[in-house]
Every structure is written in structure tokens, then in C-alpha cells.
Design a protein around this ligand. Sequence first.
Ligand code: TGC
Ligand code: FAD
Length: 392
Amino acid sequence: MATDNFQAHDYYLMDELLSDEHKLIRDTARAWVKKEVTPIVEEACQTTTFPKQWIKGLAEIGAFGPYIPTEYGGPGLDQISYGIIMQELERGDSGLRSTASVQSSLVMYPIYAYGSEEQKKKYLPKLASGDLMGCFGLTEPDHGSNPNGMITNFKDKGDHYLLNGAKMWISNSPFADIAVVWAKDEAGEVRGLIVERGYEGFTTPETHGKWSLRASSTGELVFDNVKVPKENLLPNVKGLKGPLGCLNSARFGIAWGVIGAAMDCYDSALRYSKERIQFGKPIGAFQLTQKKLAEMITEITKAQLLTFRLGQLKNENRATPAQISMAKRNNVNMALQIAREARQIHGGMGITGEYPIMRHMMNLESVITYEGTHDIHLLITGMDVTGFNAFN
Ligand code: TGC
Ligand code: FAD
């Protein structure tokens, strides 16, 4: 069982910008991760298992739909609280944060933002408590970065819809109770449907052989003439802006989350650099090691400032999708670079499960691809500043 010596780093005294409530939320999430996650996460990854006992704990710390109002069973917190919780979870493991991101931003958010009153009352309280787990189906085998090309579709059969198609790379699908699925109607318009486990013709095969996010369960969603009740259509959104609106929330959470992974790598590397002696000195006394560490804490600090300001804008409903893309892209890349440099500082020990580095590094290889790849986010920024669309 790994020892968790993590100490948080706050070079620019960001704590002074947080409210007492933010700090309480942060400390609660941090303590839970230290007690329940880090002791077993290495083994969970080695054995590719998502520890189901984390679900109740996540619900108890308010990680499922932090900003969903209390009238629907959510904690009713602000966006910065959501970010802080994601940061603490991803300090533990990106797969753990993925589970909370999907439940919050990709399942609860669309039901809250686009659902009927009946749908909100039926699903949100149980999703907040972890009694129901959800997943989000947008990506298809032949349509990843370009979800608008999706072929999953449904037809109106009078008293129900008939859903056909397949989704791939779906976090939590193997154990989810419900799936928020994006499919085209007969007019070719993208719509959201809530599909429950148990509907005939609906299966969720697990994806095996991942070297990344091994403590997160990933699978497919297969729809073979699935009858979906008409009341399961999300009534209040049409078009690709439906799923992309959910991604704004999830990408915001990732921008915060990866700071946690970066801090864990930096913290471990800093400690190791003071303890490891080579040529009669701690390796932290060599300039090349100091360059790595100094650049790491600089990049972490810049990322903290970026996300804090983004959180303020999001609280005021002023954060644009392009601003969120910039933060997701910058921060994931920052965390991945830090994980790689931290791996170097740990020398050979860096490849073992005794330290969290390699696990974070491998996880971040997924995080830099999902929720819009590194290059797709660059093109979003490029389009925002030039006005020219370079996607197609
Ligand atoms: P485009 O023509 O630009 O836009 C179509 C409509 O959508 C609107 N829109 C947005 N609305 C809200 N938020 C956004 N971020 C939006 N971006 C665009 C847009 O205004 C338009 O609205 P309207 O009213 O005019 O119809 O669409 P496009 O087909 O050219 O695509 C643009 C592009 C490439 C940026 C988009 O498709 C994209 O972001 N692709 C990346 C796909 C992606 O991120 N997939 C993620 C799948 S989910 C996932 O990875 C979960 S991982 C979970 C985990 O484990 O944590
Ligand atoms: P592609 O779109 O095929 O891209 C391949 C490469 O081509 C990338 O480098 C990309 O940047 C580049 N590229 C593509 N288009 C362009 C362009 N116009 N210009 C320049 N370069 C371009 N999806 C869900 O719906 N729900 C989930 O829960 C979910 N969870 C996931 C969990 C994991 C572990 C992973 C790995 C993925 C998950 N995804 C999920 C899917 C994820 O969102 C997609 O993998 C991602 O959007 C990229 O799609 P793709 O893998 O098909 O790559």
C-alpha cells in the first residue's frame, strides 16, 4: 500500500482568494482522497478495477453535481467549488475525477439544463446520491473529433422511439444505470435521449487493454432496435450545441482537475530531489534538477491563476467556450509535461508504482485526447481569434 505524503503547493497564496466554504470543501475532498483513494489506487490501476466503494464517498463529499441546486438533491455550490473538488480528485487519480466529471457535467448537467421537470425530479436526486450512475454517449467509432457526423439515430414509432447505432470510448458505461445518448432524429437533428440499463437491445461491452485510466471503467454503448419511451427525450435542446454545452462544463472541470495531478507529480519530485543523493549531493542541488522544479511550480502557478479567473467568469455566466478550451488545452499539456519531467527526476524509481508519477502520466495521455483533443482546442482558439474555421 503506497504512503501518501502529499503536501499542496500554493506559491502565489491562492488560498487567500478562496472563501471559508471553498477551503472547507477542499479540505474535505483532500482528506477523503488521502484516506480512501491513495491507499488503494495503485492496485486498482494495476488490476484495472474501478473501486465501486468510491461511489458513496464521492456522493458524500458533494462530487456528484456540485453546482446542481439543492431542490434537485445537488449540493448547490458555485463553479469554483466544482473546480476545487475536481482538482482534489485528480490529485488522487484522473480516472476517479473522470467518474465524477461524467456524472456531474455530462449526465446531471444535461438533465438539469435540457430536461423536463419530471426528468429532473426522477433522476437528479439519485444521481447526486450515487444511487444511480450515468454515462454520456457522444463519440462513435468513426466520429470522434467530428461528432456532427454521427450515425446513431432514432425513429418515431408512435408510442416510442426506436434507437440504433453504437458509441465508443464511453467512461463508466460498463456499470452505468443510465446513459445520456446523443443521436440524430429523422430530420437529421442531434437530440439527447436517456437510455436505461435493461432496455431490450441495449448492451455495454467493456473496453480492455488500456494503458491509461486503468482505474476507470470504459466501454461501448450498443443500440440494436432499442425501444426508448418518448418521455426520455430531453425536450429543451436541439442540435450539436446540446452535447457541446455539456462539454463546456466538463472541460472546465478538467482544467482544474489536472492541476491536482500536476501538483502530485511536482510534490513527489521535490521531495525525492531533496532525499536522493548522487555525486555526494541531493540531486535537488544540481542546476538541471532545479530548472525542472522551478519550471514546474511556475507552470502550476500560471494554471492555478488561469482557472481561478475562469471560475469567477463561470460563476458570472460569462466564461466563453473558447476561454474554456484555452484552459483545458493549456492545463492538460502543462500537467503532462510536468509528469514527464517528474518521471525523469525520479530516475528508475519513476517507473514503479511506489510513486504516483507514471500512473498520472499515462492517465494524462487520455485526458489530453478526450473532451476535445489538444489540437482541436488549439483550432477553437485559432477560430476565436481569427474568425476563420480551420476544422474543415
Ligand atoms: P459548429 O458548427 O462549430 O457548432 C455547432 C453548434 O454548436 C454550437 N457550439 C457550442 N455550443 C456550446 N458550447 C460549445 N463549446 C460549442 N461549440 C459550438 C455552435 O454555436 C453551433 O450552434 P448552432 O445554434 O449554430 O447550431 O460545430 P462543428 O461540427 O464544426 O464542430 C466544432 C468542434 C470541432 C469544435 C466540435 O465538434 C468539438 O468540440 N469536437 C470535439 C469533440 C469532443 O470534445 N468530444 C468529447 C466527447 S465526450 C468525452 O470525451 C468525455 S470524456 C469523459 C471523462 O471521462 O472525463
Ligand atoms: P480522432 O478524432 O480520430 O482524432 C485523431 C487525431 O486527428 C487527433 O490528434 C486529432 O487532434 C486529429 N484531428 C482530428 N480532426 C482534426 C482537424 N480538423 N484538424 C487537425 N487535426 C485533427 N467520448 C464520449 O462520448 N463519452 C465518454 O465518456 C468518453 N470517454 C472517454 C474515455 C477515454 C479513456 C478516451 C480515450 C476517450 C473517451 N471519449 C469519450 C472519446 C473522446 O472524446 C475521443 O477519443 C476524442 O474526442 C477524440 O476522438 P478520436 O479518438 O476518434 O480521435
